[in-house]
Design a protein around this ligand. Structure first.
Ligand SMILES: *Cc1c(COP(=O)(O)O)cnc(C)c1O
Length: 361
């Protein structure tokens, strides 16, 4: 049997109940009943003011750049998924990579100022693996330099900062609800903002620029979430307690057994782990490759995530070079977490990893 991070699928009967409702109403997309219901439930569950569901996290980021009117250069981190900087480039913006801290894995705030120039319009940090950035310091810089802040909060479902959802910070936060994330709608994303005015514009932008009376008010695109995806979200939300429970158990077990053998991410003290990922950092890439080899021999599959560092993908583009991010991305693995993981299998993974650390190679 293969062991890897499997997608969570909710109770089929529950999902089917929602699908029956879709058939009954013959309404499959375009601001449907289930999508509206999921938006309301998520706003409440996450304690955020305006949450707009979209068809992916990627397009959510693009909508955020458009509605905030970004131009020129955007400060960001190379230690992220490729979507973070690809979306900037796709929209004619230039990423300016600022290196990360090797402990938190988040953008090194002390290095931001030196990368800001006349063309800079925004900062796009990532709360890596759901670990909040130095939010107050980033706010201070943005205020001083009159920059917008967009958080790539793809990993931040259920992440709190000083007791409030981390999604409340920045001009806009964008979450991914892709199947690989801790809470998912198959494909999907969410745009979160405190500003009612921005929210109103975003709702038009994701629907071809139309207002509620079908007047074309602005340039828009299609980024709508459909009813089948919303049904998946509603089903997963009703099981979220259960999802967190099994993830927490697995996460804590990894931590108890592996903390003495590997460098782990330093978590922000104002926050809580959200049990999305369990990354471990090896002493060097050779040890990582050796461990992967031994795991795969036992049918256990882990993810090199994030790899490679984005500044290496765009090495010839003059976006900046970031040694810390390059080093970490070569040495980091995310361990499997899934609901059908047995204790025996998890202990097998732990044993192989421990051995690979002890062995002198
Ligand atoms: C998953 C992810 C994205 C992309 O989200 P999609 O919903 O797959 O488009 C962007 N940024 C980060 C950090 C991610 O992990």
């Amino acid at each position: 049997m293969k062991i890897y991070s499997k997608v969570y699928l909710p109770n089929k009967k529950l999902y089917k109940k929602y699908v029956d409702r879709i058939y009954e109403k013959s309404w499959v997309t375009n601001n449907g009943e289930l999508k509206k219901k999921l938006e309301k439930k998520l706003e409440k569950f996450l304690s955020v003011k305006n949450l707009i569901l979209v068809s992916s996290g990627t397009i959510g980021l693009q909508i955020a750049y458009k509605v905030l009117g970004l131009s020129g250069n955007v400060i960001t981190t190379p230690f992220s998924y490729v979507a973070t900087s690809n979306t900037l480039i796709w929209d004619g913006l230039k990423p300016k990579f600022v290196d990360i801290k090797k402990d938190s894995l988040n953008i090194d705030v002390s290095k931001i100022n030196s990368k800001i120039d006349k063309k800079t319009s925004a900062i796009l940090p990532v709360h890596v693996f759901g670990n909040p950035c130095n939010i107050f310091e980033i706010n201070k810089i943005a205020k001083e330099k009159k920059l917008k802040i967009i958080y790539d909060a793809s990993h931040c479902f259920n992440t709190f900062f000083k007791g409030k959802s981390v999604l409340n910070y920045g001009d806009i936060s964008v979450m991914s609800l892709h199947a690989t994330k801790i809470f998912h709608t198959i494909e999907g994303g969410a745009i979160i903002t405190k500003s009612d005015q921005l929210a109103k514009k975003i709702r038009m932008m994701i629907n071809f620029g139309k207002d509620q009376e079908d007047n074309y008010k602005m340039l828009g695109i299609n980024a709508k979430m459909n009813e089948f995806e919303a049904a998946m979200g509603l089903s997963n939300l009703s099981e979220f307690k259960k999802i967190i429970k099994y993830r927490k158990e697995i996460w804590v077990t990894y931590k108890n057994y592996l903390a003495d053998f590997f460098q782990l991410q330093d978590l922000n003290l104002n926050s809580n782990p959200n049990y999305s990922y369990f990354p471990i950092i090896f002493k060097n890439e050779k040890k990582l490759l050796n461990a992967m080899y031994n795991l795969e021999k036992n049918n256990i599959f882990v993810r090199r995530y994030f790899y490679p560092s984005l500044d290496q993908i765009y090495a010839n583009k003059n976006y900046g070079i970031c040694p810390n991010s390059r080093e970490i991305s070569k040495k980091i693995l995310c361990l499997p977490i899934s609901n059908d993981m047995t204790k025996i299998n998890q202990l097998k993974i732990i044993e192989i990893l421990k051995l690979s650390q002890i062995k002198n190679n």
